[in-house]
Design a protein around this ligand. Structure first.
Ligand SMILES: *[C@@H]1O[C@H](CO)[C@@H](O)[C@H](O)[C@H]1NC(C)=O
Ligand SMILES: *[C@@H]1O[C@H](CO)[C@@H](O)[C@H](O)[C@H]1NC(C)=O
Ligand SMILES: *[C@@H]1O[C@H](CO)[C@@H](O)[C@H](O)[C@H]1NC(C)=O
Ligand SMILES: *[C@@H]1O[C@H](CO)[C@@H](O)[C@H](O)[C@H]1NC(C)=O
Ligand SMILES: *[C@@H]1O[C@H](CO)[C@@H](O)[C@H](O)[C@H]1NC(C)=O
Ligand SMILES: *[C@@H]1O[C@H](CO)[C@@H](O)[C@H](O)[C@H]1NC(C)=O
Ligand SMILES: *[C@@H]1O[C@H](CO)[C@@H](O)[C@H](O)[C@H]1NC(C)=O
Ligand SMILES: *[C@@H]1O[C@H](CO)[C@@H](O)[C@H](O)[C@H]1NC(C)=O
Ligand SMILES: *[C@@H]1O[C@H](CO)[C@@H](O)[C@H](O)[C@H]1NC(C)=O
Ligand SMILES: *[C@@H]1O[C@H](CO)[C@@H](O)[C@H](O)[C@H]1NC(C)=O
Length: 535
């Protein structure tokens, strides 16, 4: 790699010299599809599709931006009592049966990596068209570690990710970086599309406009283990007639911090006052004339409404001084899917699910989260080596892929090394398998007028938040509140050691994330009364 280029970059700015990097080849990125995974109990759940063990057991995983190790649930249940054993397999995205694999090998504890107690083992992990790590070490959890908020096995993509390290060591990828598009999931089956997890690079075809990006330094803390802290400067309701209405009600000081957590249920959590603004503007009544109803299904704890009276527009999330991410109505107001006792995933047609979680009671002061459904509308790339992350509006209509690698300086590199494979794995030469869905155009449903009506750049040029310090309130110990949401990030489990507080200096043009004064949240007990029971 180029120390000379690194030096030039220091003086002259890395981005202007991106073309220089093209002279250095990178291994071709590898692709893991995000799609419905077929489980042994006959159910289908969406997640990162992988197989484990000598007999290729199907496992669906969520991408954890926090954990360094990977955790794959075993056959020992560990779901709350209200889940039958079949429902538990679906909730967890499959169950790795160690006794069925002939290639497993127990290894020493890696508890020090994340602080979790687990049974540590090595086995084959395969994904995509032809990538396989033959002795990949992971943990089989000994307890349910984030209930239904991030229920599946966790692919650890944290700052010292053992998975990314293994791929780099094997020569499969050149840089510890990943990009996620969750795919379209809200509409009927024929409108749903595959997503992809790209390792070592990204798929440029999934980016609506490459220059229209939000890029900032990763800033890990106990309240945002993924390090992807963003400032939301406005949230607009996009009405079908082209009018946009701000749920910030014109306030100039209403910006909120949020943490992107790719494993977390739903589109986003919102502080109660913002949710109340959303609701009063968007309208809609909860089912059965209740004051509030929440899903206990796949989009756990997000809001339920009567199908005959529910918001019919889209939503735009504006990130400070930067991009807008538009969420079409089809990805915001979705069928309520839940797990039945035989493990199948079904839809409750008597309700509609608005995939927003209002933070109240125990969670009233939690840092809001942009969860996995955010990545149905946004494309997110994390480069652990550059210490940076980027967000673009996703081009959900992408039909062909355009995969490029990223290097450790976060330059995109489209020249792939002739032979990059080696070690214990084999890299595919046909990553085009990532996005093969039929053409989609969710945007067209909103029509040009709705899109044209977006007010762009309302805060442009005004560094409103330039010097605002962000402060997280310490939890006030209001235990036992009926609607307590137990966890806002997968880090907050009693079993986890407090993550190291790290400061990543931000570049001059970026958000001053290193100025935020973030105090630690207390970890808290799980309110087990919230677990769902479905027949
Ligand atoms: C695993 O997934 C494949 C498709 O990827 C499917 O053909 C197979 O039946 C699944 N196996 C089980 C046990 O569900
Ligand atoms: C992952 O590893 C890094 C570097 O060792 C460490 O700072 C971080 O705390 C670890 N993450 C977790 C969740 O423990
Ligand atoms: C996977 O890649 C290896 C090495 O490139 C090749 O020998 C093997 O045939 C490939 N397998 C499939 C199923 O494509
Ligand atoms: C990353 O993890 C490996 C294996 O657990 C460890 O040897 C290494 O020191 C860690 N790196 C950092 C920066 O913590
Ligand atoms: C994926 O599975 C879910 C049930 O978990 C189902 O509702 C959905 O229609 C399936 N999507 C596709 C494209 O088959
Ligand atoms: C983000 O956009 C800027 C121009 O606005 C561009 O120079 C930069 O390369 C883009 N970054 C990425 C990671 O695409
Ligand atoms: C568009 O629809 C919204 C919601 O029904 C309404 O408040 C607004 O006045 C309408 N705008 C126009 C220009 O008709
Ligand atoms: C819903 O509740 C309101 C007040 O709580 C009441 O006036 C109204 O009649 C109820 N509607 C139905 C259909 O029960
Ligand atoms: C479906 O939603 C309705 C309305 O909230 C509820 O009464 C019913 O119990 C739900 N059905 C299932 C199977 O959860
Ligand atoms: C490619 O692989 C072959 C055989 O493994 C090796 O002889 C050759 O030097 C490699 N080329 C490069 C550029 O690494």
């Amino acid at each position: 790699m180029g120390p000379p280029i690194g030096l030039f970059s220091l003086f002259l700015g890395a981005s202007r010299f991106a073309t220089l990097a093209k002279s250095q080849c990178q291994p071709q990125p590898v692709v893991a599809p995000i799609q419905n995974v077929s489980l042994p109990n006959g159910a289908f759940v969406r997640g990162i599709s992988m197989t484990v063990g000598s007999n290729d057991q199907n496992i669906s995983l969520f991408a954890s931006g926090d954990y360094n190790e990977t955790y794959i649930y075993g056959t020992n249940g560990l779901c709350p009592d209200v889940y039958s054993s079949a429902a538990c397999v679906t909730l967890h995205g499959g169950a790795y049966d160690i006794s069925e694999s002939s290639t497993d090998k127990a290894i020493g504890s890696r508890k020090y990596s994340d602080g979790f107690g687990a049974d540590w083992t090595e086995d084959t992990l395969s994904f995509g068209s032809n990538t396989s790590l033959s002795s990949f070490g992971f943990g089989v959890p000994r307890k349910d570690f984030n209930q239904a908020f991030a229920s599946q096995s966790q692919l650890g993509l944290g700052s010292n990710s053992s998975f990314l390290r293994a791929l780099v060591t094997a020569g499969d990828i050149g840089t510890k970086a990943y990009s996620i598009f969750w795919g379209l999931v809200g509409g009927p089956a024929e409108k749903q599309t595959r997503g992809s997890l790209i390792l070592g690079g990204l798929d440029k075809s999934l980016i609506a406009d490459q220059n229209d990006n939000f890029t900032a330094s990763l800033f890990r803390s106990s309240s945002c283990g993924s390090g992807m802290v963003v400032t939301i400067s406005d949230i607009l309701l996009n009405w079908p007639n082209g009018t946009d209405t701000s749920i910030f009600m014109g306030s100039q000081s209403a910006a909120i911090q949020a943490c992107i957590s790719p494993s977390f249920a739903g589109l986003m959590s919102l502080p109660l006052s913002y949710y109340n603004n959303f609701w009063s503007l968007a309208g809609g009544i909860p089912p059965d004339n209740k004051s509030e109803a929440r899903s206990f299904g796949i989009n756990y704890f997000t809001m339920l409404f009567d199908p005959n009276d529910v918001y019919y527009g889209g939503l735009t999330i504006k990130l400070q001084n930067s991009i807008s991410v538009k969420i079409p109505n089809t990805e915001l107001v979705v069928p309520d899917t839940y797990i039945t006792s035989n493990g199948a995933v079904q839809t409750n047609a008597s309700v509609r699910n608005v995939v927003i979680n209002s933070l109240q009671s125990n969670n009233v002061n939690d840092l809001p989260i942009l969860g996995r459904l955010f990545m149905s509308s946004a494309y997110v790339m994390v480069n652990q080596e550059a210490g940076r992350f980027s967000i673009w509006q996703a081009n959900t209509a992408s039909i062909t892929s355009d995969i490029v690698a990223v290097d450790t300086q976060n330059n995109m590199v489209s020249e792939f090394c002739a032979n990059s494979t080696g070690g214990s794995s084999t890299a595919t030469s046909s990553p085009t398998s990532s996005v093969t869905s039929p053409p989609q155009n969710e945007e067209s449903k909103l029509s040009g007028s709705a899109i044209g009506g977006i007010v762009v750049g309302a805060v442009g040029g005004i560094a409103v938040l330039g010097t605002i310090g962000f402060f997280l309130y310490r939890r006030q110990g209001s235990h036992g509140a009926a609607t307590g949401m137990a966890q806002e990030s997968e880090l907050h489990t009693e079993d986890v050691k407090p993550p190291t507080y790290s400061m990543v200096p931000a570049g001059p043009q970026e958000l001053p994330v290193d100025q935020y004064n973030i105090t630690e949240l207390d970890s808290r007990a799980v309110d087990s009364s919230r677990y769902p029971y479905r027949n």
